[in-house]
Design a protein around this ligand. Sequence first.
Ligand code: ADP
Length: 402
Amino acid sequence: MTSPTRVLVFNSGSSSLKYQLLDMRDSSRLAVGLVERIGEQTSRVEHTRTGGGNRERTGPIADHDAALKAVAEELARDGLGLDSPELAAIGHRVVHGGMFFTEPTVVDDEVLTEIERLIPVAPLHNPANLTGIRTARALRPDLPQVAVFDTAFHTTMPEPAARYAIDPKIADRHRIRRYGFHGTSHAYVSRRTARLLGKDPSEVNVIVLHLGNGASASAVEKGRCVDTSMGLTPLEGLVMGTRSGDLDPAVIFHLARVGDMSMDEIDTLLNKRSGLFGLCGDNDMREIRRRIDEGDEEAALAFDIYIHRIKKYIGAYYAVLGTVDAVAFTAGVGENAAPVREAAVAGLEGMGLAVDPERNAVRGGGPRLISPESARVAVAVVPTDEELEIATQTYALVGKNN
Ligand code: ADP
């Protein structure tokens, strides 16, 4: 019998479950879909069989266990069910792998226990990821389940970058350090950027700006992450859709003491009601640009604060790396919002950074350079593909055993 070549990828968010079935012979997608609004009355399943059309249904789906079973049913209807002998493995995105998981890992009971132990530092994500793995395991107990961690790429960070300046005994007791997130994307994009330059990842230094609804920057030296902007949790760093990013920790004491807010209220404020949304009431960059075009000053200030923070991180990571070969923009905003890329790099000519307006205006397409021909540092748009990266890592781990 020929070896199985398909990998199913699950990416569970706090209230969503995205999935893709890939054939690793050519990395093609056989099916893609998502379940959203899990836990509500109006949960929605959207399933697309490549070349075979689209199905959609709405109705209550109580939790991630039910969501994954709904996905299994959709796949089975297309003859792509979890019982297929062509399935080599299931790859699961796991948000927090702490210090323990530095690589993709085949799941066993011990691995599940360790992911569970990390729930206090990833309360929104790790429980959903765990349920996804447990349900998939129950449906196909014989199939390798691989956990691919968002934090893994960042575990190469040296201690001076990863440690906060607090008592190490307290930090260690509570596992407080910079872990970083979006690692699968930073890994994929930094490598893809090297290829765009015609180089091996070990030959280049790249600053990756992952600007989605969540946003993070990383400094990648010769293929290894040496610093990243998210910290113990995904709250630190850049201004995001609804998260504040960096702020003086004393703001929290102040809000508790003077603003009379509870810890939960402050948590919600900083994670869900801050960032672009908190500043101007919108977290979608398209809407913010539209308002700016109409002369809206609140939206313009939100945009400027967002850009100022990105610029600070470009400067900081330039200093961390010493020399920079490329700055790569990725994710929803980074890939689509030309004005963000232009503004983030404006005025940095002294650092060798510039954007060519015509190249920057090109929409869509694959990885591309947007810096002028003569630029000292390449500026690139590199669409991220976390599902492909998870599938590739999963297949690399289990493929050799088949
Ligand atoms: P996440 O995976 O963090 O939810 P994405 O990487 O999908 O986020 O990015 C979503 C964000 O991308 C949207 O909130 C919006 O701000 C931005 N975005 C998407 N398309 C465009 C576009 N054409 N122009 C500007 N911004 C866009």
